[in-house]
Design a protein around this ligand. Structure first.
Ligand code: HEC
Ligand code: HEC
Length: 338
């Protein structure tokens, strides 16, 4: 969890106390004793909040899910705050940043920073969605966790995630933490299944705020689904435009991406059902990673045309526009089976 995450979790505990203190101060000025605040926690309420899933998967309930199943849930319940691909914000970035921790531009995300996939289950189960924590059923948590891992390239779209597979996932930063050796921490918690407290070994705590600000400044918002003005089956780009896009892709993008990342199953799970405008926005506001937004809108549109061609959508007589409004109403639909 982020520093902010830890702080907010604390705040949840501390706030009511502060509030009660303020009320107490007010009423004691008026001479009225303060009694009967709150109610005793019922065994059910305690049981609801008590289970903590340990890093080894202890406490994971029955259930399962895949990234393909989790995508729709993510779009509905998470994307507004974390971005369509988990990279745009406005809240914490959940994806990307792998390999960035040791350098200047450290980006801490689930994929780059979190040492255990089981912690993601525990955190999402108890804390997310931020506005309705605890509202997801175990199958939903498994599916959305699978999708967040998928957005980080850690699992495949159809990998089944359950209590057996989740603990076996090797997170990229699993060796980036050291256990906190202070014995009083273990004693104070008094709970053997409590995950060991981890302290950051390699990353400066301050790095986070400074480096994450520019990314996703112009983040695409959750899909608002305006009326569709047709689909990519209608021949919405030209072959010449797609070849221009392919050239730019080779020059600018191929250093970091294989075209295969953007075709077949990965494209289907990532982009089918979304407007073309969202693909355009993601690429034009976040890519190339080292210099986002550095190409012209026409060049970005050509790259999108190339990606559509790569997925066997037909070319037509007119170039794909680079105007967000038109692209936003054009839907990426599944290709009919050949
Ligand atoms: C209303 C906005 C909102 C929604 C909806 C939401 N989140 Fe969050 N999420 C946040 C905020 C804010 C934080 C930071 C919380 C904190 O620091 O205490 C956060 C933090 C996280 C983190 C921890 C990130 C890190 O590295 O510290 C994860 C993982 C996460 N959310 C996953 C999800 C998932 C999965 C969903 C959908 C099921 C979801 N969130 C829905 C606002 C939201
Ligand atoms: C310097 C390396 C670099 C360059 C150059 C680069 N990217 Fe990326 N790109 C990344 C990284 C890193 C991510 C995040 C991947 C991750 O960690 O999951 C990413 C993510 C993406 C994504 C979202 C991932 C997905 O599966 O939907 C798209 C789309 C994308 N890049 C397209 C492009 C295009 C198009 C270009 C060329 C204009 C480009 N990138 C250039 C490094 C790069």
């Amino acid at each position: 969890m982020s520093e902010r995450g830890a702080r907010a979790a604390l705040a949840v505990v501390v706030l009511p106390v502060v509030w009660a203190g303020a009320v107490a101060a007010q009423t004691s000025a008026g001479g009225t004793a303060l009694t009967n605040l709150g109610s005793p926690a019922t065994p059910e309420e305690i049981a609801d909040r008590d289970p903590i899933v340990g890093p080894g998967g202890e406490g994971l309930p029955a259930g399962s899910g895949t990234a393909a199943e989790g995508r729709a849930l993510y779009d509905r319940r998470c994307a507004a705050c974390h971005g369509a691909t988990g990279r745009e914000g406005p809240d914490d970035r959940l994806a990307g940043g792998q390999g960035s921790l040791a350098g200047e531009g450290a980006r801490k995300t689930v994929g780059s920073y979190w040492p255990a996939a089981t912690t993601l289950w525990d955190y999402v189960n108890r804390a997310m969605p931020f506005n309705q924590p605890g509202s997801l059923a175990p199958d939903e948590v498994y599916a959305v966790v699978a999708y967040v891992l998928y957005l980080n390239g850690i699992v495949g779209g159809d990998d089944l995630i359950d209590a057996g597979t989740l603990p076996r996932i090797e997170m990229p930063n699993r060796d980036g933490f050291v256990p906190d050796p202070r014995p009083d921490l273990a004693e104070a918690s008094g709970r053997a299944r409590r995950p060991p407290v981890a302290v950051e070994a390699r990353v400066a705590v301050e790095a986070r705020v400074a480096v994450e600000a520019p990314i996703g400044a112009a983040a695409p918002r959750a899909p608002a689904a305006p009326p569709s003005a047709g689909s990519v089956l209608d021949g919405v780009f030209t072959a010449a435009q797609a070849s221009r896009g392919e050239r730019t892709f080779r020059e600018v993008c191929a250093a970091c991406h294989d075209p295969g990342e953007f075709s077949g199953g990965r494209f289907r799970i990532g982009w089918v059902g979304r407007p073309v405008g969202e693909l355009f926005e993601t690429i034009s506001t976040l890519m190339p990673e080292a210099d986002p937004g550095s190409l012209s809108r026409g060049e970005y549109a050509a790259i999108v045309a190339y990606l559509l061609q790569l997925n066997d959508y037909p070319a037509g007589d007119a170039d794909l526009p680079s105007n967000g409004r038109a692209l936003g109403r054009l839907e990426i639909v599944a290709r009919p089976a050949p």
